[in-house]
Design a protein around this ligand. Sequence first.
Ligand code: G3P
Length: 217
Amino acid sequence: MKFFVDTAEIKDIRDLHETGLLDGVTTNPSLIAKSGRDFKEVIKEICDIVPGPVSAEVAATDYEGMVAEGRLLAKIADNVVVKVPLTIDGLKATKTFSKEGIKINVTLCFSPNQALLAAKVGATYISPFIGRLDDINLEGMQLIRDIRQIYDNYDFSTEILAASIRSANHVTEAALAGADVATIPPAVIYKLADHPLTKSGLEQFVKDWKATGQSIL
Ligand code: G3P
């Protein structure tokens, strides 16, 4: 499973890149607003740090506007993935981009039918939002399982990018459900390494090692 980080904070991206765990980055207009930075500058900076796919979302909601903005975003760096919303105009733009060789992340997916449409028009990634479905008392993870089944039934190459991930359990469940990618907030990525038995076991090893009086170097 590939790990993308869902943030526009440069420091977080740099730190995670250094761990070797990061395969890519996703941003959205809310994350850009939170960063307080200029959108195109931030995307360029992220692309210079991370060689993997970096999703940059269009602001327009009409086909012509999305295509114009997406073409411009795609020129920022070779690893830019243009992110468009799952609307009819977004799907039309996806078809246009896929013919032009521009990679596309279709976002705000909340149903298997929406995912089917995105695959049919050549989306590179589909982004089902797990947490937001859980928020309204639906089972977000079931959507990942359904999309996996549909894409496998028809050999679609669109990658399932599990988004709106809020917890370490979401990551485990998305991996078990066969998501190709998870886009995860920075704090949740670090939590994946935590286990109380690892912590207490290491404390004991450090204590016992000190008692030997030895040094490896
Ligand atoms: O980037 C899209 C998605 O991951 C947003 O997550 O937590 O705002 O629902 P959230």
